[in-house]
Design a binder for this molecule. Structure first.
Ligand SMILES: [Zn+2]
Ligand SMILES: [Zn+2]
Length: 169
């Protein structure tokens, strides 16, 4: 699959400031264990010839299912992407070894950077809604659907000091 690879050999021969725009609407593979990509990646990339190589301006959108940290249900999120990335020509020496490179034959592969950008947007503790009630730690019921009849956990009775008090009595 040639997903999101662009041949820019022509643009590399052009003057600085010249640009070329592409639109895409492509299926991208899942790449994160708890993120299920549910839509095509739709957007555009504008490649601009700069001194050191190519500057890519990427605007795109993709949606995915992720898992709520409280109730463990899947829910849908949109990831809007809007970022720039520089791709250096192979023969230019950069101080930064992590710098994205232009491939042989002038090929630029934007998917790895897009995946990185999505990773940044994934919340550390995703919540299906801010008011999500989560799962009862006692009976395991999803409290968004129905309240359970478990007694609310009494924090005082759990503390070791409470136990000590009892002993002292
Ligand atoms: Zn939830
Ligand atoms: Zn319960």
């Amino acid at each position: 699959m040639n997903t999101l690879k662009f041949n820019l050999a022509e643009l590399l021969h052009a003057k600085e400031g010249e640009s070329k725009q592409f639109y895409f609407d492509e299926k991208i593979p899942d790449f994160e264990p708890n993120v299920e990509i549910k839509s095509n990646l739709v957007g555009s990339v504008n490649f601009i010839r700069i001194k050191s190589g190519i500057l890519a301006k990427i605007k795109a959108k993709v949606s995915a299912n992720i898992i709520c940290a409280r109730c463990e249900e899947k829910f849908r999120v949109d990831f809007p992407l809007d970022f720039m990335e520089e791709y250096e020509e192979r023969d230019k020496i950069s101080k930064d070894p992590e710098f994205a490179r232009i491939g042989e034959n002038g090929e630029v592969h934007i998917l790895p950077k897009i995946q990185q950008e999505i990773q940044v947007l994934i919340p550390i503790k995703p919540l299906c809604k801010t008011s999500c009630k989560g799962i009862c730690p006692n009976c395991g019921k999803d409290l968004n659907q129905k309240p359970c009849f478990c007694k609310p956990v009494d924090k005082k009775s759990l503390s070791p000091f409470a136990a000590l008090k009892k002993l002292k009595k």
